[in-house]
Each structure stands twice: as structure tokens, then as C-alpha cells.
Ligand binder design. Sequence first.
Ligand code: TYD
Length: 144
Amino acid sequence: MTESINSKNFVRLIDLPVVTDPRGDLTFIEGERHVPFPIRRVYYLYNVPVDAERGGHAHHGLEQIVFALSGSFRIKVDNGTTKSEYWLSDPRKGLYINRLIWREMDSFSQGAVCMVLASQPYDEADYLREYDNFIEAANKETKN
Ligand code: TYD
């Protein structure tokens, strides 16, 4: 069964449209149409050393979608109960990451570019940077 674009399942891959053309492929993204939130921020990682580790945090409220626009990398995700990992390498497939998900990124290929669409502007207060604090917040959520 195909999941609705509005599904808030904790992590899932989102397929974007592509317009293929002999001159090159074109992919486009419209907030609330192709991704389940209004896009309030876009940021990207580049010049990433191949042995770098990024992430290592969760968010109280932020939802994000992560793309490998070029090259590839791994994202490990953890909702406090279940852990999984994804290898991103296709610019048409984004990984939706809901709030309260611990994520770690590594194994970047040379020249990889990671683009992230975010549901809110940057706010350091929204970060959970200690794993124990994340587990506490995730457990509290499960009980409610
Ligand atoms: P961080 O989210 O910790 O990076 P990563 O998870 O990829 O390792 O952000 C690294 C630094 O960049 C941190 O000091 C905050 C700053 N930053 C901004 O100022 N604005 C942003 O939109 C983001 C994502 C980070």
C-alpha cells in the first residue's frame, strides 16, 4: 500500500517527481504537496570529509527530509525503541524524519552533497544533543 504524503510515520522514504529529458533530469519539490509540511528552511552539507560523522542529535519539534543530491551517505535513525539505517544516493528519494528521532550520518562519498528541508527555522533550543535526554523525551511521549 502506498503511504499518504501526509503520513507522520517516524521515518520513511519519499519519492519525488522527475521530468526526464535528454538534456538532463529535473526534480521539483512543493511544500505540503510532495513533502508533509510547509518548508521553512533549507540547508545543505558539502565538502564533507569521507570519515566525518554528522548529526548525533534529535529534535523536540522539527521535521526534516534529507536528500543525497550528489554522492551517497548513510543515515542511522532511532526512535528510542527501534533502530534502522538508510543509504541515500538517489536525488529523487528523500528520507522523512519526524520529531523525536535520533539520527547519525556517516560514510559520505567523496563530493557528497546532502540537502535538508526543514519544517522550522534554526533553533538551538529545539535540539536534544544528549542521547539520554532524547530517550527520556521519547519515553515521555510514548506514555502520553
Ligand atoms: P548541527 O545541526 O549540529 O549539524 P550536524 O547535525 O550536521 O552535525 O549544526 C552544526 C552547526 O551549524 C551548529 O553550530 C548550528 C549551526 N546551524 C545553523 O546555524 N543553522 C542551521 O540551519 C543548521 C542546520 C545548523
